[in-house]
Design a protein around this ligand. Structure first.
Ligand SMILES: [Fe+2]
Length: 157
């Protein structure tokens, strides 16, 4: 059944679905990378970093959920299967041979920066296309990503 929001131009709707879908794929890829790091990290500050990685994932996942649900409100189809995410993500593949705290934090913060950059770009694109509500969903995701990048980065400096 179509939601068919009134007053939202077709171009705004289509642009928003495309941008949300791309950010969703990047976010899901980042979420899985956080779990990979959570499971495999070893070294100084183990428990702090191990727990932080899970906390960051727990704050990232609801943002991905908001993006997927916004796609549904726009009469799109949210695609979040691992096969499609692997095809669509713009993040670099996460290495599976890392163990040290420093290596994991470097790789994770690197991907958080890429994710943040792409979400920020999507905020502008969807706002310019005329969907302020999608830009707002993405703005919330961006604000959370910036904060968690700060938490993660602070363990490296
Ligand atoms: Fe765990």
């Amino acid at each position: 059944m179509s939601v068919n929001l009134q007053g939202l131009k077709d171009n705004a709707r289509k642009t928003a679905i495309t941008e949300l879908q791309a950010c969703m794929a990047d976010g899901t890829s980042l979420s899985l990378a956080l779990k990979q790091a959570h499971w495999n990290v070893k070294g100084p500050n183990f428990i702090a970093v191990h727990e932080l990685l899970d906390e960051v994932k727990d704050r990232l996942d609801p943002q991905i959920d908001n993006m997927a649900e916004r796609i549904q409100q726009l009469d799109g189809v949210a695609v979040g299967t691992v096969e499609e995410v692997a095809r669509a993500t713009r993040l670099k593949p996460y290495p599976t041979d890392l163990t040290s705290v420093a290596d994991h934090l470097r790789e994770i913060t690197d991907r958080f920066r890429s994710y943040g950059e792409r979400v920020r770009a999507a905020i502008d694109t969807t706002d310019d296309a005329g969907d302020a509500s999608t830009a707002d969903v993405l703005t919330e995701a961006s604000r959370q990503a910036d904060k968690d990048l700060w938490f993660l980065q602070s363990h490296l400096d």
